[in-house]
Design a protein around this ligand. Structure first.
Ligand code: ZN
Length: 151
């Protein structure tokens, strides 16, 4: 998409572009226990999240998608952190990342966020927050479906 990157620090910008150009865990996951597709109409971002959950644990995760660098880097960074983690960690991570996007400095220092911390500057650009949160919208829904939620 044509929306430009917000002016983030160059180190963070490099990390975002690296995930955007060389996405981790991109592709189709087979077998998989859950698949969620989300869309951000504001800039046309798409994320398809596929997970293989075994015994409340994310055994494997992959994504498909297209869109701006923020949205695609965020989902790439997220999958790196989720692989092999208990499902409960997905809730914690989603909560933490959302706090960071709301500009909470304490969340932005949390090392558990890994490369996702590169996106902290996005919190200053309200239009782009949706791009960064798209991956986590997909994750929340995937977790909910796995637990047999009604959505
Ligand atoms: Zn976007």
């Amino acid at each position: 998409m044509t929306m430009e990157m917000p002016p983030l620090s160059s180190l963070y910008q490099q990390l975002i572009l690296d995930h955007y150009r060389h996405p981790r865990n991109k592709g189709e996951l087979d077998p998989r226990t859950v698949e969620v597709h989300v869309y951000n109409p504001v800039c046309g971002d798409e994320v398809g999240l596929q997970m293989q959950v075994e015994n409340e644990r994310i055994a494997d995760v992959k994504f498909t998608g297209q869109g701006c660098s923020i949205s695609q880097a965020a989902v790439s960074m997220m999958t790196v952190l989720l692989k092999g983690k208990p499902l409960a960690d997905a809730d914690t991570l989603a909560g933490r990342f959302t706090q960071m996007m709301h500009g909470e400095p304490e969340a932005a220092r949390d090392k558990a966020l890994g490369d996702l911390r590169a996106l902290q500057g996005v919190s200053k650009f309200p239009v782009r927050i949706k791009c960064a949160l798209l991956a986590f919208d997909a994750l929340r829904e995937a977790v909910q479906r796995t637990r047999g939620g009604t959505r």
